[in-house]
Design a protein around this ligand. Structure first.
Ligand code: C5P
Length: 404
């Protein structure tokens, strides 16, 4: 059980906070809601109090024991602080370090991990000022759950929607143990040594599974071994490692913070949430296409299904375009022919710094060895065939050299 301080900002999505409280309570967590002045125009303190079975705080003056520093206690009595919805205004005030109402005062006073779920109009979300504030919050160690894309209450379409409460809960559940134990994006007090000490390395690994119906998926033969070996080598080199893993049955490398995902879209979300990173190494074999999954199992008697494919987000290309692009962005290219030529094409089209090209015409996928051609802007290095662990260690030492 965790104790969650839930700050509800003022936006049309505030109504989803009620469902979020219900979800937290169902899973056995304690919730203390804090409603901003704006939030109280969308939901009533009474409904949140009833669902949370806890008093709801709306202003600094609610804290009767303020003389005993009530707001400090309130901000620290929780294991986790969640802001949902986080409006553009609240985000801006957080980024500026303001303390002009109860919510911002608690956010400034807390010593606990903070997760925010932004929700606003698509243009407001994409505005340079909001993106600048989000980058600042991430740099301050706050975890930002990426908003969903879809039709908005204002009639426009795009990113900015508050994810459904069940989805927020699922995403929090994945990061909660790390956050609560202080191993997440929050400041680390342990002194770590190694050539990548102080660096955040983000690795994707394994395949993705794109569901066709509740029991069938489209998958590929990626074992995840190379990506996991790279995450292990980065952790051994002292980096803080986030490993976003598709469905594989491999143990988590020591020291890595693992986020398990299934689909390409989930992988893209998890990667965006893990930013900023100094280095991103995208080793995963991401499905290029997905289909609209049937909600019930397709029947053989109905004949072969006609699958209509839609493109998946290209995570590497997406990182290449972002304002908070990692300093060193590395992609993999699994090819069966024209290995180096194809890798050079990808270096340019995906705006990567390096492409690690490997010939997968043999048993590389699932096998224990790999033969690499490292394609950079300066040329091509041909590495001898080696065990995937050795390839990983060599790649990590090349990265450390580059960052120097
Ligand atoms: O285009 P291709 O799939 O060959 O590119 C391979 C590189 O791009 C790998 O680093 C892979 O992890 C990444 N990729 C991605 N998202 C996709 C497809 C590929 O990040 N949807």
């Amino acid at each position: 059980m965790s104790r969650i301080l839930l700050i509800v900002g003022g936006g049309i999505a505030a109504y989803k906070a009620a469902e979020l409280i219900r979800q937290f309570r169902k899973e056995g967590h304690e919730v203390t809601p804090v409603l901003t002045e704006g939030g109280s125009h969308f939901v009533t303190p009474m409904s949140l109090a009833a669902l949370a079975e806890s008093p709801v705080y709306t202003s600094l003056w609610d804290l009767k024991d303020e003389a005993e520093m009530g707001h400090i206690q309130l901000s620290r009595a929780a294991d986790l602080v969640v802001v949902a919805p986080a409006t553009a205004d609240l985000i801006a005030r957080m980024a500026a370090g303001e303390a002009n109402d109860l919510a911002t005062t608690l956010l400034l006073a807390t010593d606990k991990p903070v997760v925010i779920a932004p929700a606003m109009n698509v243009r407001m979300w994409q505005h340079a000022a909001t993106q600048r504030n989000i980058a600042q919050l991430k740099a301050d160690g706050i975890t930002v759950l990426e908003p969903d894309e879809g039709p908005m209450a204002c009639g426009e379409y795009g990113p900015g929607r508050l994810p459904e409460p069940a989805d927020i809960y699922q995403r929090l559940e994945k990061i909660l143990p790390e956050l609560v134990s202080g191993r997440g994006t929050t400041a680390q007090s342990d002194v770590v040594e190694g050539p990548l000490a102080g660096k955040h390395v983000l690795v994707t690994a394994g395949p993705t599974h794109e569901p066709i119906d509740p029991v069938r998926v489209i998958a590929n033969r990626s074992s995840g071994k190379q990506g996991f070996a790279i995450a292990a080598a980065a952790a051994q080199a002292g980096a803080r490692v986030t490993l976003v893993a598709g469905p594989v049955s491999l143990p988590t490398p020591g020291g890595a913070c693992r986020v398990d995902v299934e689909t390409a879209q989930q992988m893209a979300d998890a990667v965006a949430e893990a930013l900023p990173a100094d280095v991103a190494i995208l080793v995963a074999a991401v499905a290029d296409w997905r289909v609209k999954a049937a909600t019930s199992k397709l029947k053989k008697s109905d004949g072969p299904p006609l699958l209509k494919f839609a493109p998946n987000p290209d995570i590497l290309a997406m990182l290449g375009e972002r304002p908070d692009r990692p300093t060193l962005l590395i992609g993999f290219a699994a090819e069966t022919n024209d290995v180096v030529a194809n890798a050079k094409g990808k270096l340019a089209s995906k705006k990567a710094d390096w492409i690690v090209a490997n010939d997968v015409s043999g048993d590389v996928m699932g096998g224990s060895h790999n033969r690499i051609h490292l394609v950079t802007k300066d040329g091509v290095e041909d590495w001898p065939e080696a065990a995937k662990e050795d390839v990983a260690r060599h790649l990590i030492s090349r990265i450390a050299e580059e960052l120097e």
